[in-house]
Ligand binder design. Structure first.
Ligand SMILES: [Ca+2]
Ligand SMILES: [Ca+2]
Length: 284
């Protein structure tokens, strides 16, 4: 009789302990393991919820919480990415009153390359600006000749010089100088487009004798102007000859391929120079 009571107490104790284990999820204490099993069922319910969403459902492993995670995923992060414009032109086409500024675009659509921010020239009809170079920091990269004038009286002192730092310049670009021309190939960032544009300041210095300043874009000559130092107003800097100075170039061509070449050159035969500032490349 006493043994039986002790056995009963022991059995009850086991049951109590078993139930406790089940609640905390600890495994292997007799019948209470069944409770643990049902907790697992809760987990599978969570997976069911995530299954509805497809994508980010991987959180399912966490059990019931996964259901909530799946719902959050349903919020449509994926949908938002899919709606990103592929170019500034696409934004401009949707709203031609969009202001100039930086916009996030995703040229290859959902997946693939990540979206990125780019300056959009909206005032001129939705150009995606893929590159802007001023050479103000005294360096240039990617040109066939990257020499920047940081020494002549055209370039320094920086705050007082007539032009400031420029790609090329006095004793750098011209016959007998460091280079007679410079060129660069621009990656157009996979942006779908039908036209490419170049804007730059061509700096005409010293004794040009009816010789031409030339810019080519995508193999097409888009700018060709003849200069003679005797028609220039004044000697600005460099050698003693009068200088025509800054000549703005703003041209575009039909273009659709992935890269575009820009070449800045001249027909100079004698001792004159040129430089370049404010190069801006855009597509639409
Ligand atoms: Ca993409
Ligand atoms: Ca001069």
């Amino acid at each position: 009789m006493r043994m039986t009571l002790l056995a009963l107490v022991a059995t009850l104790s086991l049951i109590v302990v078993g139930c406790g284990d089940g609640t905390t999820g600890t495994a292997g204490t007799g019948g209470s393991a069944g409770t643990g099993g049902s907790a697992g069922m809760g987990g599978s319910a969570g997976m069911g919820g995530s299954a509805g969403m497809g994508g980010m459902a991987g959180a399912g492993g966490m059990g019931g919480m996964a259901g909530a995670g799946g719902m959050a995923g349903a919020g449509g992060m994926g949908g938002g990415v899919a709606l990103l414009p592929k170019s500034c032109l696409e934004i401009w086409n949707d709203d031609s009153n969009s202001p100039d500024g930086d916009y996030v675009i995703d040229p290859d659509g959902l997946g693939g390359s990540d979206p990125f921010m780019i300056p959009c020239d909206m005032m001129n009809g939705g150009w995606s600006v893929v590159s802007e170079e001023t050479f103000e920091d005294g360096t240039a990269t990617g040109w066939s000749d990257n020499t920047v004038d940081t020494a002549s009286d055209c370039a320094i002192p920086v705050d007082m010089a007539p032009f400031g730092y420029m790609l090329g310049g006095i004793d750098i670009f011209g016959p007998g100088d460091v280079a007679t021309e410079t060129s660069k190939t621009y990656d157009l960032l996979s942006i779908p487009h039908a036209q490419a544009r170049v804007q730059l300041d061509y700096i005409v210095l010293d004794s040009w004798d009816d010789e031409d300043a030339i810019v080519t874009l995508g193999g097409t000559t888009v700018y060709s102007e003849t200069f003679n130092y005797m028609s220039a107003a004044a000697n600005i800097c460099g050698y003693m000859y009068a200088d025509h100075g800054t000549q703005p170039v703003n041209e575009f061509v039909d273009h659709s391929s992935a890269t575009v070449d820009v070449e800045i050159t001249s027909t100079l035969m004698g001792d004159a120079n040129f430089g370049v500032q404010n190069v801006r490349i855009a597509v639409k």
